[in-house]
Design a protein around this ligand. Structure first.
Ligand SMILES: Nc1ncnc2c1ncn2[C@@H]1O[C@H](COP(=O)(O)OP(=O)(O)OP(=O)(O)O)[C@@H](O)[C@H]1O
Ligand SMILES: [Mg+2]
Length: 257
């Protein structure tokens, strides 16, 4: 094995008769942020569901920390150190931040729960300030941070995230992506599905383009951003890396030479 924490090999999966994933492979290592991009319906969310045991693959293997976890249930995966944040319904709106985090700790031994919640307050100060506030009254960005913290409170080694920026204001997207970079630097592997492909690849160490249930392209985030085919097919014209006059180069990133 390559030393990857998570390894997905040739997975096929779908819903009933309809095959959605037609042989998808992927890997992620500790302290690596991996982005999955691709058109609507490509199977990105389905892939995360298969990894997290919400959907059983018809073929292929999923390995986590050198163990075959292909048909392991979600709760057990959480205990093993692999956790998932769905795009929607990822917090309890009527519960406070504190209660949401506490619910997230159920897989931890009782004596460790309070410490785990306090760790999240340290990592996400905006949550600490509002710990008694109901999740339903938070801003989109704060709510997304809470969803991420709810998954991190179990101290996972791999975090699966479906569309962390969906529905957020540009400012909130920045907040969430900054926090994800910090999470990664704490040694966690992040596998993130994103519509915001340009932004995701800018942040990612590596990326995969899925199309029609298959791997279409893979490489470092920068490689994919500069690949004219990827730019044309998946990033939209305005972000074409082949154009030297591109006005969409993200600030703080070295420009392609
Ligand atoms: N629960 C389900 N039952 C049946 N078909 C489904 C189900 N969920 C998804 N599909 C179908 O599987 C295909 C892939 O869906 P999936 O949600 O994985 O795509 P995606 O890449 O995440 O798309 P998007 O960018 O729109 O989120 C689509 O054709 C979709 O209609
Ligand atoms: Mg999706």
């Amino acid at each position: 094995m390559s030393g990857a924490l998570l390894e997905v090999a040739e997975v096929q999966a779908g819903y009933g008769e309809a095959l959605v994933l037609r042989g998808v492979s992927l890997s992620a290592s500790a302290e690596e942020l991996v982005a999955i991009i691709g058109p609507n319906g490509a199977g990105k969310s389905t892939l995360l569901k298969v990894i997290y045991g919400l959907l059983h693959p018809e073929a292929g293997v999923i390995r986590y920390a050198d163990e075959d976890v292909t048909r392991v249930r979600p709760e057990r995966l959480t205990r093993l150190g692999l956790n998932y944040v769905p795009q929607l319904a990822n917090v309890f709106p009527s519960l406070s931040i504190a209660e949401n985090l506490l619910v997230g700790t159920v897989s931890l031994p009782r004596a460790e729960r309070r410490r785990a919640v306090n760790d999240m307050y340290e990592q996400f100060p905006p949550l600490a300030e509002r710990r008694r506030q109901r999740a339903g009254t938070l801003s989109g960005g704060q709510r997304k941070l809470l969803a991420i913290a709810r998954a991190l409170v179990t101290r996972p080694k791999v975090l699966l995230l479906d569309e962390p920026s969906a529905g957020l204001s540009p400012q909130a997207v920045e907040l969430v992506f900054e926090q994800l970079a910090a999470v990664k630097h704490r040694g966690i592997a992040i596998v993130m599905v994103e519509q915001n492909a340009h932004r995701a690849l800018t942040l990612a160490d590596r990326g995969y383009v899925l199309d029609m249930g298959r791997n279409a392209y893979e490489g470092t985030g920068q490689m994919l951003l500069r690949n004219p085919k990827v730019a044309e097919l998946y990033l939209g014209r305005s972000t074409a890396a082949s154009s030297s006059t591109s006005t969409s180069a993200p600030s703080g990133m070295s420009a392609p030479t």
